[in-house]
Each structure stands twice: as C-alpha cells, then as structure tokens.
Design a protein around this ligand. Structure first.
Ligand code: NAG
Length: 353
C-alpha cells in the first residue's frame, strides 16, 4: 500500500514538474535577433579630449571595431517600426504628406524632418528632385520658408539620363516650378563647391535663398578630402547662422547616405564648438536617432567611418586653438593688452589639421 502510495506520489510529482516546465515553455519566446539587439549598447559616449584614442581603436585591424559598431547600428535599425510613426521624443513629420504628388506619375517626393543642434526641425532631409517632382520640391521649399539648400549629389538625372538641374541655368532667367517662380541671381564658383543665389517668388511675396552644391562627393573616385568636406560644412553653417531660420534642405540622390553624413557632421561640428573637451559626444546614438525618423540615414559603413575621421579634424582644430589661446593668454598677461584676432573673412577653408 505504502509502495503504491509512493509510486503514485512520484508519478504525480513528475507530472507536476513536467506541467511546470511545459508552462514555462509556452511563454512567448523572443526571436533570436530581438534578444540579441537587447544586449547592444545604444549609448556610446566618447570623451572629446580622448577622441583620437578611440578613433585609433576603431580603425585598428582594418576597421574591425568600426565594422562591429556599424553592424550594431544596422541590427538596431532593423528593429525600428518602419512605416509607422515612431514613439519617440523627436517629432516625425513626413513632409510629403502635405504635398500632392504629380498625378501623371507615381513619383512621390520624399522628405523628412531631422533634429539638429538648434531645433528639432532644423533640417529637411530630401531626395534629389526628379523631373516629375521638381514642382513638389519647390513648393516644399516655399511652404517651409527654407533659406538654405544643400545639394550633395552632382546632378539630378533627367528622364533620358541627361543632366538636369532643378533651377534656371542662366543668370537672371526665371522659371516657374509648381507655382513658385525661381530666378538665379548669382553663381559663385569656388574650388570645391558652388554657391548660387536664388530669388523665389509666389504672387507678390519674394524671398532670397542660398544654394550650395558640393561637387563630386557622391563619386567614388572623387578627390575630396576630409578637410574639403569639413570646410564645406562650416561654410554652410556660416550662412545658416546668418539666415537664422530653419529648416534647411539637405539632399543627395536618395536623401539618406550623404545627407545623413552631412547632417551628422554639421551637428557635431557645432557640438564640439560649444562643449568643453572634457565632455562626451555620442555619434552612434545621434545616427540612431536620425534613423528613427528617417530610415537608412548614414547608409554605408564608409560614410560612418568618414564622419569620425572628419570629426577628428574638427576636434584637432579646437585643441590647437585651445593651445594657442593658452599661449595668447600668457602673452596678454605679459604685455598687459587684450587683443582679439579678427576672423578671416574668405569663404575658403582648407587647412584644418
Ligand atoms: C555674385 O556675388 C559675388 C560675391 O558677392 C560678387 O562678387 C559677384 O559680382 C556676383 N556676381 C554677379 C553676377 O552678380
């Protein structure tokens, strides 16, 4: 009897254990990728003063850690709820939602707000306007009162692959695009970039805007250096500060790769300028934030690496200035004068390192 009771008890016990385990197993299991992304660090602060050391580590063994970091970015991005409005502190505004696409074609002009250093709606990251979306592009520029446009692709391709620009080619020529009359009033050619002035009007309302284009950046064979790009970012920032109005339109062909790279550089150039060397900066999480609003920003690993190399130049310049400032202060105290050197006015900016 006792034996039977024991056997029954044992069976009952085993059964319960099984049931418990079974219960455990029916819990929702997270897919591997999701579990994996949970362990990925989303914050990667780097002390500005030791940026060079971190950069060297990332570059070591043929960019091994850069590759890992970019792959983490891709994995985290894959988890983002694309196509939905992300629940995030950054406002997501799909500019094309306000615009009417050309009814004859299926082309929709795509553009997104991106948070900048000064405003949550500092930039509009856009595709290059196609022949059918040029009117949308100009209506957007008008509607959002944009004063600065930055073009990072060489030229938009026309229907037959012919080069096509979305502005009047000749000086003082006016062309209407989607109700906006655009007139090219000035073209200044610089070594690496071109600056154009447009006068745009709708009805009796007239505005001025500045258009910058950086030639050859999207061309893999381009001979643009880190300093060329950093210099260009600073030229644009000067103009942006002068106009003191947002948003600025930044576009390359797809509106994510070079556009994201430019925006990140502009953001951190200001960041480094306004922070002490003993503070942290976090490129990884800024790129991630951009991707939450606009998928694919900083599309390529090479672009991600380029950002770091370019920011090294920016930081190096700040450190050098700080050193010089130190010497100047020593001189000042010796000579008992207070001298402030005037800023150089030429728009050329080549020597950073
Ligand atoms: C364009 O602007 C530059 C700089 O302000 C000026 O020197 C040049 O004469 C202008 N060109 C035209 C065609 O107005």
């Amino acid at each position: 009897m006792l034996v039977i009771a024991l056997i029954l008890g044992a069976v009952f016990f085993v059964h319960r254990r099984r049931k418990q385990r079974g219960h455990k197993e029916t819990r929702p299991v997270l897919p591997d990728t999701l579990e994996e992304t949970e362990t990925i660090k989303t914050r990667r602060p780097i002390l500005i003063r030791t940026f060079r050391r971190t950069l060297l580590q990332l570059h070591r063994d043929s960019d091994l850690l850069f590759r890992a970091e970019f792959q983490d970015l891709q994995k985290l991005s894959a988890r983002l709820p694309h196509g939905e409005k992300p629940v995030d502190e950054l406002p997501y505004v799909n500019v094309d939602g306000k615009l009417h696409s050309d009814s004859e074609t299926m082309d929709v002009f795509k553009a997104n707000y991106i948070q900048g250093y000064n405003s949550v709606r500092e930039y509009i990251a856009a595709q290059s306007p196609m022949p059918s979306t040029v009117p949308d592009f100009w209506r957007m520029v008008w509607e959002h009162k944009c004063k600065v446009i930055v073009m990072l692709s060489d030229h938009t391709k026309g229907v037959k692959g012919k080069e096509k620009s979305y502005w009047p080619k000749n000086l003082d020529e006016s062309v209407e695009y989607g109700g906006v009359v655009v007139k090219t009033t000035n073209v200044s050619l610089f070594n690496k970039y071109t600056m154009r002035k447009f006068q745009i009007s709708m009805g009796s309302d007239t505005r001025q805007l500045t258009h910058f284009s950086l030639q050859g950046w999207t061309d893999a064979k381009a001979d643009l250096t880190v300093d060329d790009v950093v210099g260009f970012v600073q030229i644009v920032r000067q103009e942006a500060t002068l106009t003191n109005s947002w948003p600025f339109v930044i576009h390359c062909s797809a509106g994510v790769g070079h556009t994201g790279t430019f925006i990140t550089l502009d953001y951190f150039t200001q960041y480094v300028d306004k922070h002490s060397l003993d503070e942290n900066m976090d490129v990884f999480s800024y790129v991630m934030k951009m991707r939450e609003n606009c998928p694919g920003m900083v599309q390529m690993e090479t672009q991600y690496i380029f950002i770091f190399d370019a920011l090294m130049a920016v930081i190096q310049k700040k450190m050098t200035e700080e050193q010089e400032g130190l010497y100047e202060r020593i001189e000042e105290s010796e000579e008992g004068r207070n001298h402030i050197a005037p800023l150089e006015e030429t728009p050329h900016y080549y020597s950073i390192m």
